[in-house]
Design a protein around this ligand. Structure first.
Ligand code: PLP
Length: 362
C-alpha cells in the first residue's frame, strides 16, 4: 500500500453509533443515519445498520441507489431538495425525501403515479437558517394540507427543519417549538397524526442530552455526530461520555525533511489558490513536507496532527508543510505523520479514490 492511507476505526464508529442510538431511544427519537459525509462506504454502513438504524439518508441519489442495490433492510431518505432533473430517480431510489417546493412535489406525484407507488415526503420548514424550507408558517401549513388533499401518490409522512448549515443558527427549544407547533396545527387540519417531526441534525443532540427537546419532535437526521463529537457543538465533555473523534485517521508520508527559513524569499504575490499568504518570520525551523494536500483533505485547517508538538503551516493541492521543530518525535524521510479529520476533510478523503482505505477492527 502506498500513502496516504485512511485508517477507518470500525469499533470507534460502532461505539459512537450505539451511544447516539441509545440517547435517541431514551428520548423517543428515531434517528436516521446520514451517510453522505463518509461517501456511503459499505463497511461503515454495515456497522451502522448492525446497530439498529432503520433509515439511511443522503443528499446524493447515487448513495441511495447503492443502498437499494446492495439490499440493505432499511428505508432510504433523500436529504437535498430534489432537482427537477432527478425527480424520476428520487421516486425510484428514495422511500422518503425532504421537500419544500409544491411544484416539485407535484412532479414527484406524477412520477410516483407512473411507477404505481406512493412516495413519502417530509415537508421542510425554514426556522431561520435560510437554506431550504418554507419560511412562512401559514404557507407551510397550507402546503402540507394541499399535499395531503390533492396528491394521491404522495404521502405526507411528516415535517422537519434544518439548522446550523447556512445561517449558523443553533437549534433551541424555542425555534424547534415553532416546528412542533406547526405540526400540531397541520395534524388538526388534516385530521390525523403525522408520523415524523424531524428536529434537525447532529447539532440538535445537546437538546436531547439536556432534556430540552420540545415535545412532539420525534426524529433526527444524524451524520457528523456518528464520526466526530465536535460536530455536536456546545456539548460539554461530561455530557455524553464515550463519543470519540478517532474514527478516521489519515496517514501521510514525509517526502522531504529538514530546516528551512520560515519567511519566503523574494517578492510576495499570492499562493497557488490565489490567496495572499501570511508568514511569520521565526528563523530557521525544522519542517516536514508531506505527500498529501488540499486534493485529499479540502483544507489543512480541517485536519489536526495527532502529534501535539507539530503544527501545519500550509498546503497546496498535493503537498503539506508541517512545522516539527518543537516535536519530541523522531521523524525521518519515508516516515509518516497522522492526522485526525474533521467533517469536511472526511468528505474529501473518503471520496478520493487515490487514498487507500484501511479498515481496523479496533
Ligand atoms: C447533511 C444533512 C444532515 C446531517 O447533518 P449532520 O450535521 O452531519 O448530522 C441532516 N439533514 C440534512 C437536510 C442534511 O443535508
Amino acid at each position: 500500500m502506498t500513502y496516504p492511507i485512511l485508517d477507518v476505526n470500525m469499533e470507534t464508529i460502532r461505539s459512537n453509533a450505539r451511544i447516539i442510538m441509545e440517547l435517541c431511544g431514551e428520548h423517543g427519537i428515531e434517528p436516521a443515519a446520514v451517510i453522505k459525509g463518509f461517501n456511503a462506504m459499505p463497511r461503515i454502513m454495515d456497522v451502522i445498520v448492525g446497530e439498529g438504524y432503520k433509515c439511511l439518508a443522503s443528499s446524493r441519489i447515487p448513495h441511495l441507489r447503492a443502498i437499494r442495490e446492495a439490499g440493505y433492510p432499511v428505508l432510504t431518505m433523500g436529504l437535498r431538495i430534489p432537482m427537477r432533473s432527478e425527480a424520476e430517480d428520487v421516486v425510484r431510489y428514495c422511500d422518503i425525501s425532504l421537500e419544500s417546493e409544491l411544484e416539485t412535489i407535484n412532479l414527484l406525484n406524477g412520477e410516483a403515479e407512473r411507477r404505481k407507488v406512493v412516495h413519502k415526503i417530509i415537508l421542510m420548514r425554514d426556522l431561520g437558517d435560510l437554506r431550504e424550507g418554507i419560511i412562512e408558517s401559514e404557507r407551510f401549513v397550507d402546503t402540507a394540507c394541499l399535499v395531503e388533499k390533492n396528491l394521491p401518490n404522495i404521502e405526507l409522512l411528516g415535517v422537519g427543519s434544518n439548522l446550523s448549515c447556512y445561517g449558523s443558527v443553533r437549534p433551541t427549544a424555542k425555534n424547534l417549538s415553532v416546528l412542533a407547533g406547526d405540526a400540531v396545527e397541520i395534524e388538526r387540519l388534516i385530521g390525523r397524526r403525522l408520523d415524523v417531526v424531524s428536529g434537525g441534525a447532529s447539532t440538535s443532540i445537546p437538546l436531547l442530552v439536556r432534556g430540552e427537546m420540545p415535545r412532539g419532535i420525534n426524529h433526527l437526521r444524524v451524520g457528523g455526530a456518528l464520526m466526530h463529537r465536535v460536530e455536536i457543538f456546545g456539548l460539554r465533555d461530561d455530557e455524553l461520555p464515550g463519543l470519540s473523534d478517532d474514527t478516521f485517521i489519515l496517514r501521510a508520508e514525509i517526502i522531504e525533511i529538514g530546516e528551512k527559513p520560515t519567511y519566503p524569499i523574494g517578492e510576495l504575490a499570492v499562493d497557488c489558490f490565489g490567496n495572499a499568504g501570511s508568514y511569520e518570520d521565526r528563523g530557521l525551523r525544522r519542517r516536514a513536507l508531506l505527500a498529501v494536500g488540499a486534493f485529499d483533505i479540502a483544507s489543512f485547517e480541517k485536519i489536526s496532527p495527532l502529534d501535539s508538538g507539530a503544527r501545519i503551516l500550509g498546503c497546496s493541492s498535493d503537498h503539506m508543510i508541517v512545522d516539527i521543530h518543537d516535536s519530541d518525535r523522531l521523524y525521518r524521510l519515508g516516515g509518516t505523520m497522522e492526522f485526525r479529520l474533521r467533517y469536511q476533510s472526511m468528505l474529501w478523503a473518503t471520496a478520493n479514490g487515490m487514498i487507500e482505505k484501511n479498515y481496523r477492527a479496533s
